[in-house]
Design a protein around this ligand. Sequence first.
Ligand code: G3P
Ligand code: MG
Length: 236
Amino acid sequence: MQIIAHRGASGYAPENTLAAIRLALEQGARAVEIDVHQTRDHELVVIHDDNLKRVGRKKGKIKDLRLSEVRAADVGSWFGARFRGERVPKLTEVMDLLDGRTELQLEIKAGSRFYPGIEERVLDLIHKRGALKTTVVSSFDHVCLYAVRSLDPRARLGYLMGLTGFKTALKECAELKAESLHISRRQANARRVKAAQQAGLKVLVYTVNEAKPAARLEKIGVDAIFCNYPDLGLKA
Ligand code: G3P
Ligand code: MG
């Protein structure tokens, strides 16, 4: 079972920062997951929430802020004093940091209904970095996934099931030619894992930080877990 560094090594460093991603690489992570939003001036930035309140103690939505305003926030201090001064990374910086051998699970938090043109921008960057083979674009926003697919028949896609029913999810994965179905721990059971794999999908489960649930998921044949401790320092 593969371990994907969830928001970087976010158990040890502030999530979705270059520090967390660097650490994941140092710890030998073979795959890193990050979350992507778009600023008012159409820059792609790596952050989980659609605002800076939790990690940056700053008001405003990412979509309404310019890149310079987003970058003014310190998104490291909330995690620990030694991370003071960490900035919200641009997606370009994250892609530059990954060496091409590390798989990138790139989660687009919302598609172009919310962030106009985000799918084109993400794909353009993936192409420019020659990272088509090493990047999996995923989203809970399935309209976004259909947009990515229509823009590029070769893009690797991961389908975050969210509140969609399992049957519908499998049908849409087939339409999208997605390679993986991403589900939560609670959604993961042996029947679903088997059915998805029989349909040709890998099954990826989030977020698993403890040894016991990790062992259960491995037993039922899950392909990978998203984990905040990519060095496998799973809490007992
Ligand atoms: O992509 C798996 C996982 O990251 C989805 O949940 O909220 O951590 O982005 P979230
Ligand atoms: Mg995510």
